[in-house]
Design a protein around this ligand. Sequence first.
Ligand code: FA5
Length: 332
Amino acid sequence: MKLAEIQAALLADLADVRTDEALNLVRARYTGKDGLVTNLRKNVDFSTMPIEEKRSFGGAFNDLKSTTDEAIRQAAARIAASGAHDVVPFDFTLPGTDHRLGAIHPILSTQIEIEDIFRSMGFQVFAGDEAVSEFENFDALNIPGDHPARDMQDTFWLENGMVLRTHTSSMQNRALRKLGAPVRAIFPGRCFRNEALDITHENTFYQLEGLMVDRDVSVANLIAVMRDFLSQVFRREIEVRLRPGFFPFVEPGFELDFKTTLNGVRRWVELMPCGMVHPAVLRNAGIDPAEFSGFAFGLGLTRLAMLKHGVPDVRLFNKADLRFCQQFHASL
Ligand code: FA5
């Protein structure tokens, strides 16, 4: 074959090439050990060739060689751009791709569990806002501007006069106005305080408020509901006790403790403040305290999640450290 014929045949072969495998065959046919271009050089006896002929053959051969290399390089680039060499046969016997599913955050899973328990006792879940009026967070709860109780909750004030709610009690007035009496409701949600942070104090944490207002509601109802609720959460009979506690929006007010074993020692653990709704709070929501009475409680949802899961430091919850979150397998 003449040089020009070889070049024409090469270009025709490359035009049909679509895959790496096909290109390798063409490459072997022309530039391989026994290829057409390679043999062309091998079969020439330069020793007997006149110098003029040697020059013209050498120049033509070098042109053919570089045209061949360049044409093969371009064909390889075309195949790469087409993505054809990515196509691998599908192996149906390989294990499937493992898509990682998210999991419910331990505070939310605790909240969902508690909501289910209270729903079964006839309570409804009332959603609230995180930014509330000063009235809702304080005044409606019998905490006027000059009341020292305001200092107990170091507050984030917004420029428009609203506050980031310091407690879910800020929803009491709204819930009572909207739902009226009699009512049984819980309102879980995020609260904010300008706290000095430590292992039990966060600036952003969750509470779950409960409110039951009806005719003849007494402290006995409060104790019964709390004992029933905690026994379901901890899946065993729970003993509770009340100690006096002060909150301007309940009268009488209590701290509720429950008995549990912590670090091998059986003891009372403080769990949540609660009390009988103050008549002023009912009046502020248009409810007649002569007809209705009720109880309220403010559960530290974040602290309960700590107790349930044995989490030693409250700050772990907000750290967004996957190693921490992945320990809880309450998947969606
Ligand atoms: C209150 O917030 C009252 N509103 C509770 C209440 C409701 C009393 C209804 C009476 C009737 P206190 O400030 O103690 O109370 O907070 C209640 C719970 O929220 C605490 O027991 C604790 O579990 C949780 N808590 C308070 N501050 C923080 C914090 N900085 N970080 C994590 N949890 C907190």
